[in-house]
Design a protein around this ligand. Structure first.
Ligand code: AMP
Length: 352
């Protein structure tokens, strides 16, 4: 058990790290942020900041020496250099979770081995592979980079084989996925304690716009809720197989044939931001509790429901209007420039 007063290290300096640090502060912990950028909105609310590259083992080692436990808010960190951390501090979730989740092929294979069902997929490393994948799986489909994709970046929709000709294939490993016909998207977010205790939040229905999460709503419609049990069973198996400690997210498509696994994130997730006000314990607090070996807090709804809207780009400039409604819970991440597509904040409304 890591008692309050100790220091939690967080790899990654964005809004997820910021909200973990805020929850950690409430429980009396100090946070030390490690990120490559000069400015970190997580460091703005934390006790210490180290600017360093994610593969700088000397800097990671010095950082970890100041921490009792290290976690991450960002999964596109190479797993190998993290051994430098484990010499000094516990690392939760485990590096293996990061390795599995940061590559679309490894996460799909991992989940399939546990009985999960992703969209039909094939590895693509060349034009010939893409042609073969389209022949085997059919069109429409989506070509994605295996690594480093987020918020719909690194994705090409292919409606007909002719569309593929227009794509200038990047020289990175790719994956082709068959297009899933779904009636909704949802996520399973769980916290797993050091003793294996599991807690699930209600699954939100997630609506995306241009590949970016726009809105999460709990409770989800009944025909999505009907698929949550099966999806939770898979998420629990994934967590157990990874010996996972912390918050884990799996995203699913709800289809007529049941839940189809999309991807996993070994971390707190945007579709769980509603839990800050909408659940008895937020995803951020339970992540801190789990990685510090504390008992988990209750995850039940704190209201009849909640709706979380992301504030993307210029939408954050509407904060005066948002605040003019006293029922809105406004969260701004403190980012300087509201570039298009950038997550600047979110707003949550409870259904009372
Ligand atoms: P991803 O980054 O893989 O989560 O993709 C972002 C969004 O694109 C998803 O939330 C879906 O709305 C859509 N999408 C991704 N993959 C597929 C697929 N195989 N079939 C249908 N829609 C997809």
């Amino acid at each position: 058990m890591i008692p309050p007063g100790e220091t939690i290290g967080i790899l990654g300096g964005g809004q997820l790290g910021r909200m973990i640090a805020l929850a950690a502060a409430q429980l009396g912990y100090r946070c030390h942020i490690y990120a490559p950028e000069a400015d970190s909105i997580a460091a703005d609310v934390a006790a210490e900041f180290t600017r360093g590259a994610y593969d700088d083992t000397a800097a990671l080692s010095a950082f970890a020496a100041t921490c009792a436990v290290v976690t991450y808010e960002f999964e596109n960190v190479a797993a190998a250099p993290l051994a430098a951390i484990e010499a000094h501090a516990a690392l939760h979730p485990p590096a293996r979770a990061l390795e599995v989740a940061q590559d679309r092929v490894s996460e799909k294979s991992f989940v399939e081995a546990l009985g999960g069902r992703p969209a039909p997929w094939a590895k693509v490393d060349s034009r010939a592979d893409l042609t073969a994948a389209m022949a085997a799986i059919g069109t429409p489909g989506i070509l994605k980079t295996r690594r480093d994709g987020y918020d719909g970046k690194g994705q090409w929709r292919i409606m007909t084989p002719a569309d593929a000709d227009a794509i200038d294939l990047p020289a990175v490993p790719l994956i082709y996925e068959g297009f899933v016909t779904f009636f909704g998207e949802f996520s399973v977010i769980l916290a797993r304690g050091a003793d294996g205790e599991l807690a699930f939040w209600d699954s939100a229905q997630n609506e995306h716009d241009g590949g970016i999460l726009a809105r999460s709503t709990v409770p989800a419609p009944p025909r999505i809720v009907a698929q949550v049990g099966q999806a939770r069973d898979l998420a629990a198996k994934v967590a157990a197989a990874l010996d996972y400690v912390g918050v884990l997210t799996l995203e699913f498509f709800a289809t007529e044939a049941g839940p189809v696994f999309n991807e996993m994130a070994p971390r707190v997730h945007n579709s769980g931001h509603w839990t800050i006000e909408g659940a008895l314990t937020s995803q951020f607090e339970n992540h801190v509790r789990a990685i510090c070996g504390l008992p988990l807090g209750a995850t039940a709804l704190a209201a009849k429901g909640a709706v979380m809207d992301n504030l993307i780009g210029d939408a954050a400039h509407d904060w005066p209007t948002i605040l003019s409604d006293p029922a809105n819970h406004l969260h701004l991440y403190g980012k300087a420039a509201a570039r298009p597509g950038r997550k600047m904040g979110h707003v949550t409304r409870l259904v009372l």
